[in-house]
Every structure is written in C-alpha cells, then in structure tokens.
Design a protein around this ligand. Structure first.
Ligand code: GLU
Length: 548
C-alpha cells in the first residue's frame, strides 16, 4: 500500500483539494487592501478583549478598503455554550463592528467564502488532511493515553523536552500496511502532522505588532484531526485563513508561541501564509501588580457590564482606541469634532506589553462623548437604558418627553457643554430634583454652604421671589438682578469686590445665588441655575421658593 491508498482508506469520500482551491478563488481586491478576521470560540460571555480584537481587525480592514469577516471556531464542542454565537454577533453589531462576511442568526452564510462556522467545514479539513497523508506529510497515530503518558515519563526521566516529536514518536514511521491493518480492524486513531522541522534551527518572524521575533522551528508532530473527525485549532485556522483569503491574522498574543507551527503548516500545505499581528491582552492593576483582565474576577471584563452600567458604546469604542494607540488621545484633542473613524490606527504603534484598563479614564472619555450628544440623543439612550435597568427613571422621562428633553438640554449644544454624566446610571441622580414629586419627597436639611442662618435665608428667598424674579428675564438681566439683590441685602455685587474688602460685606453674590440654588434644587452644585429656572417654569419656582 502507498500513501495515497492509505489516504483513500482513511477519507474515502473526501474531495480533492483542487475542488476547494477553485471554489474559493483569490479575492479580487485593490492593491494594499487587507483582509482581517475575528475568530472567536463561542465558549462564554463576550469579553472586552474580544471586542478589542474585533475593533482592531475591522478598523484595519476599513482603513485599507479590505474585508473584515467573522469566523466562528466551534471545533471544541465540549466547551461551547448555548447562544454563544448570537451573543458574539449581537455584541459586535451593538458596537458598530458588524463584519462584511459571517453567518446570520439562523446560521446561514453571508459572503462567498463560507461556511463561516468551523463545524460546517469538516469535509474541507478532511480533504486537506487526506492530501497531506497522500503526500506523506501526515499520518494516522494509534497511541493511547497510556502510550502518551509513557512517552512523557521517559522524556522526563531522560531530561528531554516533552511532546510527540522526532525519535519519541511511535507511529510516525509505522509501515503503511500496518497502519492500514489497524484501521481496518477498527482501532481508534487521530491524524498527526509529520513535522519537517528541526528544533536546532531558528525561524524569523516579523510580527506586525511585536516586530521581529526568532523562534526554534517546530518539530512536534501535532494532532491535526482529532478522533471525532474534527480538526484542531492549528490545522483549521491554517486552512480557513488560506481559503478565506485572510492576509493579516490579528489575534491574542497567547498564540504567538504557535507561530513556528503555524508557518510550518502553511509551508506543508504549500500555500502562502498570512501576516500575523499579536495583540497584547488588556491588563488590570491589582495591589501594585499587573495581571490579565479576568472573566472570573472582573465584572468589567464582560461586554455586558458596559451595557448594564449604561456606558455608551461610543465611549467604550473611543476608550479602546485609546488603549490601542497612545497617540489617539492627542489626535482627539486636536480633532475634537471629528468622527473617530477618521483616526488612523497603526499596528506598529500598539504596545507590545498589555495596556492597563483604567475605569476612571474610561468614564472620563465617556463624559466627553456624552457631552457632545444632543438632548434628543440623550433622551433616546436613557429611554432605552432605563427601560431595561431603571423603572423609576423610565417612568419619569417617558411620562413627559418634552419636559425630559428640556432637562437634557440644560447646558448642552453650546461651546462648553456640561460634562457631569459619564453613564446612563448617573442620570437619575443628576435630574431627579427637576421632578416635583421626587424633589419634595427627598427634601432633607439642605447644605446651605456659607449662609446658614434661617432668618437670613428666608429674607433672601422672599426678597428674590417678590422683587427680583421674573421668568421672562434673559440670562444677563437675570444675573444683574441677582447682583441687585445681593447689593440690597449687604452682599458684594462681585466676588472680587468682596475679596478686596471682606469686612464691608456680609458675603458676595455667589453666596446669594447658592441659597437660591439650594432652595430650588436641594443641591449646592448643579448645572446652570438660570437654565434650571427656565425649565422648572414660573409656577414651580414660586412653589419651591414658598416652601422654605
Ligand atoms: N478561536 C481562537 C480563540 O478564540 C482564535 C484565535 C485566532 O484568532 O486565530 O482564541
């Protein structure tokens, strides 16, 4: 028996690889266009690190007018979770990272290079495995777990590297007839690569992020097809990225050590390897030490966390861009109003050690992002968020949309918009006093700041209400009247006037307006008081002033 006959015996129905080579022709793209992919395994909730990889892959494809596709890697069926695929696809869509090609929610392919889910590509992998066997580049291996344990023990005793390689392999040089006999007898087997590598030799790899790296060649006869007939990740990714026309594999750097093996697989298959860009993981600082953001320990590792907190996707996106390229921040400062898509991401500017995830910084980015939204946009976001996560807030804003829009419009749309909201879960606290029933419900002893004397407060409030308040005043007039009020009651019209001669005054105009602010809102710090008064309206203002 020869190799070809052995290959036929193992995979009698597998097609010749020429069938697939023709079915998936080289992509017709313009010069410089990069084809990237995100290739998640549907084994758990969507991780922020996955979103980060997808974002970079999509951005690089878009920047070069290339293609970004998503391939679901589900060959490890033991680890799969229910709805894992739709969770991934929905998260990508939420963040504006929809791929050009993938599967839809019913598992149908969108694109010409599918199936985009590995479990439907079994025949393809088997064809390529058959090809390798027929070329003598792969072989069936019958080793049992006991055999493998024995090999390992012997290696350890001899102080040698462990693994299935070189002289330690039991099945690599098994006569073909013997292998055929075992198969015919129904013995279990897997398919291994017959590695042509030599550990003593080095290969050079130029990673698009990590730069030049040197590795020893791979000499392990790794498993390419498992006993369930499905491929290992290593084998599957090589065939898929070849047939799907990936030109740049962007993936987590836990795979960087596999590069020698992967390049060897492309070599053995006789096809051109893609380029690789290995992304350092997102890290977290804990007790002064850096560690990977962990699904188990860190709630912020799950993409769903941001949705629950109400951190807008635009903010998460910008923040991830910040982590990816440190020059993003200065670009943003110089281009405040540009769309983030105009920023040019450069892989060689990505850090080679993991970037630190900083929640404070994310919330800061988020405040700026939210400050640019219109009142309508804020309303829509808060409406959708509160519908799911905060019934009280939902009822407040949806009962009277016009009023809510006025509230959200306070200090918005001008050159220095308010920046006090970082997430939708902050909104309730920042607007609740604008709602009468909630305002009176929550009334406690106010912090009046500087002026605390009850009589004095009463005098200021009454005087303001009776002689200095007119809802029709424009902002300047309103402020001038506040000064008039201050003057009348013995306070300085200007802060600096007060500072020059504090002994001449009871205080200054700021102290007076703080009293009015606290009486009207229950807070010493709020957005612009004039705008608040305008939104509350005359009757409400009078009512609140009367109450104290
Ligand atoms: N399925 C692999 C993972 O989830 C993909 C690695 C790759 O992008 O090639 O880690």
């Amino acid at each position: 028996m020869n190799n070809k006959e052995l290959a036929d015996l193992i995979f009698p129905d597998a097609k010749d690889i020429s069938y697939y080579e023709e079915k998936y022709p080289k992509r017709n793209l313009k010069e410089g266009a990069v084809v990237t992919r995100y290739a998640p395994s549907p084994t758990g909730v969507m991780h922020i690190g996955g979103l980060y990889q997808a974002l970079i892959a999509k951005k690089i494809a878009n920047q070069t007018e290339g293609v970004f596709f998503v391939r679901i890697e589900d060959t490890d069926q033991k680890r799969e979770i229910e709805n894992g695929v739709s969770e991934i696809l929905n998260s990508l869509e939420d963040y504006g990272l929809s791929p050009d090609e993938t599967i839809d929610e019913n598992g149908n392919d969108i694109g010409d290079y599918g199936p985009y889910i590995q479990s439907k590509r079994k025949d393809i992998y088997q064809s390529y495995a058959k090809y390798l066997i027929s070329e003598g580049k792969a072989y069936p291996c019958f080793c049992t777990t006991e055999d493998l344990n024995e090999i390992r023990e012997n290696q350890e005793k001899a102080k040698q590297r462990t693994g299935y390689y070189g002289k330690w392999t039991k099945c690599r040089n098994m006569p073909i007839d013997m292998a055929a006999e075992k198969i015919k007898n129904g013995e279990e087997y897997i398919i291994r690569l017959k590695s042509p590598g030599n550990e003593e030799k080095k290969i050079k790899h130029k990673d698009s992020i990590k730069g030049s790296i040197e590795f020893p060649e791979n000499d392990q006869d790794i498993v390419i097809i498992k006993s369930d007939g499905l491929p290992t990740y290593h084998f599957a990714h090589a065939i898929d990225d070849h047939l799907m026309g990936t030109t740049l594999v962007i993936r987590g750097d836990e795979w960087v050590a596999s590069v020698p093996l992967h390049l060897q697989l492309f070599y053995v298959l006789g096809v051109k390897p893609p380029k690789y860009a290995h992304i350092a993981p997102i890290m977290k600082e804990e007790n002064g030490a850096k560690r990977k953001l962990s699904k188990r320990k860190d709630p912020e590792a799950a993409v769903s966390f941001y949705k629950e907190e109400g951190i807008p996707k635009e903010a998460v996106y910008e923040y991830l861009m910040n982590i990816a390229n440190s020059n993003f921040e200065s670009w943003r400062r110089a281009n405040k109003d540009k769309d983030v898509s105009e920023f040019k991401l450069e892989l060689n500017k990505m850090g080679v050690s993991g970037a630190l995830f900083d929640m404070v910084k994310l919330l800061d980015v988020s405040k700026t992002v939210i400050s640019k939204f219109t009142a309508e946009e804020i309303y829509d976001y808060v409406y959708n968020w509160s519908k799911e996560y905060d019934k009280e807030l939902f009822d407040l804003i949806s009962n009277d949309k016009e009023y809510a829009l006025k509230i959200f419009g306070i200090e918005r749309g001008n050159i220095k918009p308010r920046k006090d909201i970082a997430k939708w879960s902050d909104v309730k606290d920042s607007i609740i006093y604008m709602y009468d029933n909630k305002f009176y419900e929550s009334k406690t002893d106010y912090e009046f700041q500087k002026i605390t004397d009850k009589e004095e407060i009463k005098k200021i409030v009454n005087e303001y209400r009776d002689n200095f308040f007119d809802i029709n005043d424009d902002k300047q007039t309103w402020f001038d009247r506040m000064k008039d009020l201050a003057e009348k009651l013995g306070y300085a019209r200007e802060v600096k006037e007060y500072k020059a001669n504090p002994e001449n005054f009871k205080g200054h105009v700021g102290d007076i307006s703080t009293v009015i602010r606290v009486v009207l809102t229950g807070r010493a710090n709020t957005p612009d008081l004039y705008e608040i008064i305008q939104v509350l309206g005359k009757d409400n203002v009078i009512k609140r002033l009367n109450n104290d």
